[in-house]
Design a protein around this ligand. Sequence first.
Ligand SMILES: Nc1ncnc2c1ncn2[C@@H]1O[C@H](COP(=O)(O)OP(=O)(O)OP(=O)(O)O)[C@@H](O)[C@H]1O
Length: 445
Amino acid sequence: QRAEQLSQLERQSEQSEWRRGEELRKREERVRELQLELDRERGREPVVKYVTQTVEVESPAAIKQLNKARQRNELLSEKLSNQNERLELSRCLQFVTWINLSDRLTHYRADLPQIAAYEREISELKEDLLKEIGHLEERKEEKLALASAQEIIILCCLNMMIHAFLSLAGLQKRLTALPPTLRSMKTDYTSLRSQVRNFSEFYGAAISEISAAISEMSEANKDLLEKYRKEVALRRKYHEQLVELKGNIRVLCRVKPVLKEDQHEEGQAVVVTTDPNNESSLTVINKGKGRVFDLDKVFHPQATQEEVFQEIEPLVTSCIDGYHVCIFAYGQTGSGKTYTMEGTVENPGINQRALKHLFSEIEDRKDMWSYTVTVSSVEIYNEVLRDLLSKDGEKLDIKINPDGTGQLHVPGLRIIEVKSFQHIKKVTDTYEPLQTGDKLKEQPT
Ligand SMILES: Nc1ncnc2c1ncn2[C@@H]1O[C@H](COP(=O)(O)OP(=O)(O)OP(=O)(O)O)[C@@H](O)[C@H]1O
């Protein structure tokens, strides 16, 4: 605005200067004209003087004219001086105006850098203003979007409120219809609240009772554990006594019954008899003479697999009490070794029953003891030792060391010392015992 004012003022000053120049020029022209007229008038003086003289001499009319001319001359001179004065005054005025204008111009020119700064500021402000307008536009758009969303939400809310209001109205109706139920519920609620209040006390008491019971139980458990340990010790003692009484090696005899297929053979006769009153006596008739054998136990021909197993069951238990136990069958071909040890699927023998008993005992003791069960199966046949659990019935060699320990010699390979009876899967220097639950391969014949 200042720059505009300045340029306007400059234009105004130029115009006024031009107008004044024009006026001055006109006045100067007028002055020149008047000067010329005056000169002309002056040039006409001798004529007037002559006339005057003539008039003076000749007539009063001429004198009158002369006076008029003089008056006119004076008037013109006066006018001229006035004009000159006015011209001077106008010049002065013009000069003063010009000075004023130039002062203002210089003043405005001095203000120019400030104006430029103002202009810059104004342009910056303008930019800011434009940005602000942009922001405002964006915000307006956002607000509009929000307003529309809010409008939708409000509509939904209104909808929900209407629904709620309707349901409330329905509920109120139902509530008014159900004051007795409400009253009973209120009483229930109050009683429940009092129960809840009392519950913390009850709960605290119950917790203390439970913890007391737990400590009692743990005490009882300790007692039981102690008793169990004592029991185990007692069992060991009894086992030792049993071994002492019965001997380290016990020989039991099972008399094979006469089977149907055997009855058709010619000359067949019963040569082995048992005494029902003596469980350890056996009579073998040879050439008409009976010979009595005393054994640890004799099973009569009708003895079941279960009865036979019951006799050796304590030995199986001793095995997991920490004793080495060996049960094996011997006898002539067809005398019933396989039947006694392995049995049939429907009527299993000692092997399966012993394992079943073993795992059931381990299960009973699992809280106190952990057991590792390993299995091996070897065959000595025609002086050849074979690992029956290996893939191809691997041949093994066995020798007795001077210190009594056994060694398996694998031809062409290293010697593997046997400290426990474990299955050797591969001929390497490591033992890989089978894990509990591993399935055994088909039993060899
Ligand atoms: N106590 C028994 N009750 C019924 N059958 C039996 C009894 N003992 C053996 N047998 C039967 O007699 C037959 C021969 O028995 P088994 O195969 O057990 O003899 P083995 O001593 O293992 O013979 P081998 O030494 O030749 O292997 C089988 O058919 C078997 O079922």
